[in-house]
Design a protein around this ligand. Structure first.
Ligand code: PRX
Length: 635
């Protein structure tokens, strides 16, 4: 038997060594023993980073939904697969069993087929965190359609960009969504987006808030009546291991969002294996990840990883502050949640509220706590450990990315001793390297450098949709024969990794990846704006907030600063979404630039963070005088 579940540190080191020395033997064994295949692979791993053309389990045939649903029906048919907690605590919890999930996924898959959807077609899913979201994802996978879930907080412009980039034929949405006290008119946003998308010919609309919405004849269909009519039997489409499973967009430091393409077999094997180990999942556990399925965390660790293990996975529609700041703890107490996986930004926000919210709840069911999305600061780590975990649940600080598909560096609970702020050790199959600016690998301990990965792992994104050249350039050109993560990291004396933040122009705000370029492009659309530069600065709750330096075409316009600030944030909201709004906007007479005209963000970052004592050498700038001016009028 393979070591599917690691139980102690010695075993971890043995398994790790084997996985690095003989990756094909290691992953081949896991794939063979824990999944259902229609045909075995010809080779476990082929291709390399040099050619940016990696394949896992090539030649194998399978359907991921057979692995996530069908194979559990015999033994776990009556077990809850998805436990749905609605936004309103007075609305009933839904327990969707594996049998029920199977029927609902098959019905949905048949509805898609009836709309003319075939293997390889792209489907955009723009839904709130309701069961239909997980079900539609699985329904796409059932028939081999490629899902592209867009987080339902994105604006209509961001949505249309994503729909057009991958030519989605069909969009799945709802009449609206609940968010705490508020409702959001999702269908209106979709209608606006589709004004700019000629590729989309049908829209399926789930009913959630009973909003009075417009339905476009011939294009829009209410989902429920179609589901009612559909058969609950749908044979799975048999897929090749390397057939795309989904596209998920992530921000880059420049230009268009990148449609990361994940394929079927490697993604399945890796997310299932990491889920099992990182959450030490046992048969009767109730696992809850608070992410939205619109992000990679939701894809891998709400849907695919847990379901591939026959787990019970909680889906929560609401927000942590509704009806009060005890909502997370209520849900844990009520459902006896055993593993709880959330983001540092949520922990920091809840830690600011009265301790009574958490202390009045019985959280003794918890066994493992997880953190993801950004570095977790020591204060938040301690608060989480002391108040939520009661010092008895290990915290797994999991480092990974949309591109990596699954968790890469993380403690294994009850196996790896944890230290606050350290993601600790690489998982089996993952070989990190820290690189200096001369492209040399730092092989000692107690070093800091750019974090790369030396060897392919099964769930690495295979390409950027429609732009393999960009994929190669972004991830494989900075360091020869290595995948470059865009993050910096430090390795301590015992070999533990601590992530130090992005080394490129991506800023993580409340766990959302925001590229500076798309925000600047949006701002520059304002007729009064000549130029802009966005940087991050520390924020107690969000981790980082955005600081914008903006030069106007006509200085005189500054008398309307308040109005301009509002308009600029409005443009950002329309183009990207409210999460990308600027916390501070400083109007400047110019931006510091190198002689080749490149904006010196390093200096602007320091000014925004009020670290002006050590700006380094600025004399070589094209316009050094602007620096003092900007410091003087800093907000
Ligand atoms: O900078 C790292 C940060 O989030 C980035 C990836 O963001 P995204 O693709 O949206 O995926 C987020 C969920 C996996 C990384 O490049 N990041 C993620 N987890 C951590 C982290 N930084 C530090 N510690 C983490 N645990």
């Amino acid at each position: 038997m393979s070591n599917y579940s690691i139980k102690n540190l010695e075993e971890y080191f043995n398994v790790y060594r084997e996985s690095i020395e003989k990756p094909e033997v290691f992953w081949g064994k896991i794939a063979e023993e824990h999944f259902t295949w229609r045909k075995r692979w010809n080779s476990v791993l082929s291709g390399d980073f040099e050619s940016a053309n990696v394949k896992w389990f090539d030649g194998a045939k399978l359907n991921i939904t057979e692995n996530c649903i069908d194979r559990h029906l015999a033994d776990r048919g009556n077990k809850t697969a998805i436990l749905f907690e609605p936004n309103d605590p007075n609305e009933k919890t839904q327990y969707i069993t594996y049998t029920n999930l199977s029927k609902r996924v098959n019905k949905f898959a048949n509805v898609l087929k009836a709309q003319g959807i075939k293997k390889g077609d792209r489907i955009c899913i723009y839904l709130p965190m309701i069961p239909e979201l997980a079900i539609s994802v699985l329904a796409c996978a059932r028939i081999g359609a490629i899902h592209s879930v867009v987080f339902a907080g994105f604006s209509s412009t961001a949505l249309s960009t994503r729909i057009n980039d991958s030519n989605c034929k069909l969009v799945i949405t709802s009449d609206g969504s609940y968010r705490g006290e508020k409702t959001i008119d999702l269908k209106v946003i979709v209608d606006e987006a589709l004004n700019n998308c000629s590729c989309t010919t049908s829209v399926l609309v789930a009913k959630r808030i009973n909003a009075d919405i417009k339905m476009k004849a011939g294009r829009d269909h209410w989902l429920q009546p179609l589901l009612d009519e559909a058969s609950d039997i749908c044979e799975p489409e048999i897929m090749d291991a390397e057939d795309p499973l989904f596209i998920l967009y992530t921000s880059g430091s420049t230009g268009m969002p990148k449609g990361m393409v994940h394929t079927t077999a490697g993604y399945m094997v890796y997310t299932a294996y990491t889920f099992k180990n990182i959450f030490q999942y046992r048969e009767d556990d109730i696992y809850w990840c608070t992410a939205d399925i619109g992000w990679i965390t939701g894809h891998s660790y709400i849907v695919y990883g847990p379901l591939a293990n026959g787990a019970t996975t909680v889906m929560f529609e609401g927000i942590p502050s509704h009806p009060d700041h005890g909502r997370f703890w209520d849900i844990i107490e009520k459902n006896k949640v055993t593993q709880f996986y959330t983001a540092p930004t949520a922990i920091r926000a809840l830690a600011k509220e009265s301790l009574s919210f958490v202390q009045n709840r019985d959280l003794s069911s918890l066994k493992v706590l997880g953190s993801v999305g950004e570095p977790i600061n020591e204060e938040a780590w301690n608060w989480y450990n002391n108040n939520v975990g009661n010092k008895k649940s290990p915290i797994v600080d999991t480092w990974w990315q949309t591109e990596t598909g699954g968790i890469m560096i993380s403690p294994i609970p009850y196996v790896t001793p944890t230290i606050p702020t350290f993601a600790t050790l690489p998982l089996p199959g993952i070989q990190p390297a820290l690189m200096d600016t001369n492209q040399t690998e730092l092989i000692e301990n107690q070093v800091e450098g750019a974090l790369c990965i030396k060897q392919p792992w099964p769930s690495i994104a295979r390409t950027i949709w429609g732009n393999h050249k960009r994929y190669k350039k972004t991830y494989f050109s900075a360091f020869k024969n290595m995948y470059f993560t865009g993050d910096g990291a430090r390795r301590d004396a015992v070999g533990y990794y601590r992530l130090t933040g992005r080394v490129d122009d991506v800023i993580i705000v409340s766990g959302h990846n925001l590229g500076t370029a798309p925000i600047e492009d949006a701002i520059n659309e304002h007729p009064a704006v000549a130029e802009s530069a966005i940087v991050g600065f520390p924020n107690e709750i969000k981790g980082n907030a955005l600081y914008g330096y903006i030069t106007l075409k006509d200085k005189g316009e500054r008398r309307y600063q308040e109005k301009l600030r509002k308009e600029i944030n409005q443009i950002i909201t329309e183009n990207i979404g409210p999460m990308a709004k600027l916390a501070k906007i400083q109007f400047t007479n110019g931006l510091p630039k190198t002689r080749s005209g490149k904006i010196m963000r390093r200096i602007l970052r320091k000014i925004a963070s009020n670290e002006t004592s050590n700006l380094g050498d600025i004399t070589t700038l094209l316009n050094p005088e602007i620096v003092a001016e900007i410091i003087q009028s800093r907000l």
